[in-house]
Design a protein around this ligand. Structure first.
Ligand code: HGA
Length: 611
């Protein structure tokens, strides 16, 4: 989603702004722009459709240098992808403003401003904010007060960053429902949508809270809460290094992140399993009080995280014998759900800023859950700050828009949650001990599975000219088939669907012919024989099968059946994590063959901060 960077410093800030945008590229965007005040009274604006490199070209041809500036990468919600719609938006040749989010009442504000004589240069919802702020400044209000007044008129979600070229002594920012972080340095201060953007210039950050407005000057930062009272927000020291987001020897971030999974899963498990049990304290200081009260779990998430939730249902129901429901956040929040006593609400999100998931959490807080919990990869995120219990995945920064290591670390964290609940529910300690041992073996199994890369790359050719694909799984690897289909859609743009293999005969079998590759995940579990019958149904209709199979399944390569043999002895608890790996690699290689933008697929964004 949109990336925001702002800087005020003694020297030219344009290189910091452009580098900040480059570091936010992973969020997904379609156009960029920068506004700088070279000196009081002048405003220099450059915008470009496409990548940050296009903006850089414009700046190289016609530089925009100055000690105060803002920059933006836009993921369009209102108005097409055009230079005129790219941010910053300007009012009266002096107010420059960038925005992340959606202004729901922009139509009425726009008519009001048009009636006042404002001419609109874009189709965006954002431009109304620039004119509103300008209108207040024209009336003589101080910029900070002007922003405070302007945001009172807005309904919807926003992170906004604005400066006045006539009085370039400060940047003013405000947020509701979209993230903003202030970066503190000696004699210079910054703002951005996340810390990655600012790591080359500072490690010290203040995270703004809902409704905050901040006045950022070279040598001071003053923060006001939603009621306009000055507040202190804690200063966090980030442990991330500026090169944590470099892609090293790998051709793409996605490939790097696939290969980081053994370490990321091991990190997520480490210090949380002690001898043969899970440490409840890993979920935070309230865990010991909350976990005994939990009678059922309600999981809410979006996209890949939703698939992780679907796997967790098997962990919680089969392993911990506790009821669990799973649903997508965008539906949950408007459904007015019935909450039974003793229900734990669990939100899963990589970024912790996913607008739908955050809104669901806020809705849930009103509904009488025993507690709220989050599984998340970003410690400073809103989701983490607002949940009662938290288990952090330790995937490290994930840059590829298509999630890989964030997913498998979510599965590891959900396995830990299942075990923590199983312990409390008096499940036989020997079984809990066995499962914890199995969890610990996963990183090594993933390492072995990554060695199948060459064989998987060999399969990619068979998909590169296809328009559709079917993925099949059963039990806990059905959501893995769903995740495999999502990955293929996201990065190769091939239409893919996943089915519980037993559902095939109830409809989708009609689609199967020699042009429809069918990918199946076949671990050795109690459903294996059923799955094999389903695969026969595909072969009987001339469908070509690609099977990732356990060595003991008896599924052999034959005419129309390709098999890649997975490592031996993968237990049911481990299978979802391990069988994810070949599906990620397959999508990756197919996308590379098709020449798509693997790390930033079209139309998609990483941190989905709009509803
Ligand atoms: N609504 C604004 C900003 C969109 C956004 O925040 N995307 O992440 C626009 O369409 O320009």
């Amino acid at each position: 989603m949109c990336g925001i960077v702002g800087a005020i410093a003694p020297q030219d800030v344009s290189p910091v702004l452009v580098e900040g945008l480059r570091r936010l590229e992973y969020r997904g965007y379609d156009s960029t722009g920068v506004a700088v005040a070279p000196q009081a009274g002048t405003l220099c604006l450059r915008r470009a459709v496409g990548k940050v490199a296009m903006l850089q070209q414009r700046l190289d041809a016609a530089p925009c240098a100055g000690p105060i500036g803002i920059a933006h990468s836009r993921w369009a919600t209102h108005g097409g992808v055009t230079e005129a719609n790219a941010h910053p938006h300007v009012s009266g040749d002096r107010i420059a403003l960038i925005h992340n989010g959606i202004i729901e009442n922009y139509v009425e504000l726009r008519s009001e401003l048009v009636a006042q004589g404002y001419a609109f240069a874009s189709e965006t919802d954002t431009e109304v904010i620039a004119h509103l702020v300008h209108d207040h400044v024209k009336q003589g209000l101080d910029l900070t007060v002007a922003v405070q007044q302007a945001v009172r008129r807005l309904t919807g979600a926003y992170a906004i960053v604005v400066f006045d070229a006539q009085q370039p002594d400060r940047i003013v920012v405000a947020r509701i429902a979209s993230p903003l972080v202030v970066g503190l340095a000696e004699g210079a201060n910054y703002v951005a949508s996340d810390v990655q953007a600012l790591l080359p210039v500072t490690k010290r950050f203040q995270f703004l809270e809902e409704g905050d407005v901040a006045d950022i000057r070279r040598d001071s930062v003053t923060i006001f809460d939603a009621d306009g009272h000055p507040v202190q927000r804690p200063v966090h020291e980030s442990s991330l290094s500026a090169d944590a987001v470099e892609r090293g020897e790998y051709a793409h971030y996605m490939l790097k992140e696939i290969h980081e999974q053994p370490r990321a899963i091991a990190d997520t498990l480490s210090e949380r399993i002690v001898s043969d049990h899970v440490l409840e304290a890993a979920f935070g200081p309230r865990a010991a009080q909350v976990l005994p009260l939990v009678q059922q779990v309600h999981i809410v998430a979006c996209g890949t995280s939703y698939h992780a939730g679907l796997v967790a249902r098997y962990y919680l129901e089969q392993g911990a014998r506790i009821p669990c429901t799973v649903e997508v956040a965008s539906e949950y929040r408007y459904r007015n759900p019935v909450v039974m006593p003793g229900t734990l609400f669990l939100a899963i999100s990589q970024s912790g800023e996913t607008a739908d998931t955050l809104a669901a959490l806020r809705e849930a807080r009103k509904l009488g859950y025993v507690a709220t919990a989050a599984i998340c990869n970003v410690p400073e995120s809103s989701l983490v700050r607002e949940s009662d219990l938290v288990l952090m995945t330790r995937a490290g920064p994930e840059i590829g828009v298509a999630s890989t290591k964030a997913f498998t670390t979510q599965l590891a964290a959900l396995g830990l949650l299942g075990l923590a609940i199983a312990q409390r529910r008096g499940i036989d300690r020997r079984i809990v001990a066995l499962y914890t041992r199995q969890m610990r073996q996963v990183p090594e199994m993933v390492e072995h599975t990554l060695k199948l890369d060459a064989a998987i790359r060999g399969w990619a050719q068979a998909f590169s000219d296809k328009h559709h694909a079917l993925f099949l799984g059963r039990g806990p690897t059905w959501p893995i088939a769903m995740e495999g289909a999502l990955k293929l859609k996201e990065i190769s743009y091939i239409h893919a669907e996943a089915y519980a293999a037993g559902e095939l005969k109830h409809g989708p079998l009609a689609l199967v012919d020699h042009d429809m590759p069918v990918i199946a995940v076949a671990p050795n579990n109690t459903l294996l024989e059923k799955l094999k019958s389903n695969l026969q149904e595909v072969r009987a209709r001339g469908g070509r099968l690609f099977v990732f199979a356990d060595p003991n399944t008896g599924i052999e390569p034959s005419e129309g059946v390709d098999v890649i043999t997975m490592p031996d002895h993968i237990e049911p608890l481990q299978a979802p994590l391990v069988y994810t790996i070949p599906l990620q690699l397959l999508s990756y290689h197919v996308a590379v063959l098709r020449g798509t933008d693997v790390d930033q697929p079209r139309n998609l964004a990483k941190s989905v901060t709009v509803e």
